[in-house]
Design a protein. Sequence first.
Length: 333
Amino acid sequence: MAIDDRASGSSKSDASRNPTVSPRPGVEWVVIDEEQAGQRLDNFLIRHLKGAPRSLVYRIIRKGEVRINRARARADSRIAAGDEIRVPPVRLAQRDETVIPAAKVLDRIEAAVVYEDDGLLIVNKPTGLAVHGGSGLQYGLIEGLRAARPEARFLELVHRIDRDTSGLVMVAKKRSALRDLQDQMRKKQIEKFYHAVVAGTWPAHISKVDAPLLRDELRSGERIVRVAADGKPALTRVRSLELYMGYSLIEASPVTGRTHQIRVHCAYAGHPIAGDPKYMDDVSCGAFRAEGGRRLMLHAEKLGIDLPGAGERRYFTAPYDEAFSSFLARLRK
């Protein structure tokens, strides 16, 4: 815990309680990433099968319709990164209305696409837009893309970034591309570089933060992450880019992919990210806003991957939005 200062199908009773139901299209094979790893199988399914009653989740597990790496599993089985979860087609409660993002939102999402080929989309996600709906959100980036491209047969998130973080997000257009990229993630072959404005002067000798992280979920559904000895290993490499009066621009590269990793590691190092309401104190947040800050100053700026199917190493970059750029301009003056 240290900062390194060296360089199923549903029954009739289900249907009667939920008269409007929608079948999932077929068997899904979900590859577990680092963010999903460590949780119980039943908890994973409850989140994955949005709208499914718990009784249905436990029934399909008992009947052996859910498999981990093609083997039967128990509800309390822990899932690990790289596991393949078989999720059977089930009938889920359907909302009375399908929420379709406004045309202006869809246009903004399409304009944010920075790369596209037959199997992959890379999008410069705007701050404030979640990557997917849920937890009170009617839609996110993936729902917007599906609404904008109704002809697309397959669109799935490869990875996630926080709602208030902007920058590069990968979306697979083919299952083969999804498997290829998630395999690269498991092998830590994907390079991710974030730019962040942090409070204070980041010491040049701190080149990495190595501190285990533990995630807690409040009853409200809000996630809070803290450094804890019994947490999951987490490592972030850091490089100072520019120094200003009271702030620093840094490049952070997460080696592991924990929830809120960069945000918590920066705060643990004594330099929270500007505009972070979870991990920056109220006084500092107020000072940031008084200086014109309007958003969480964290941006997924660069991505290095092997293109699925081609094997060619490519790097992609995303420009800052106006709010990020204008705050930096103020600091540079």
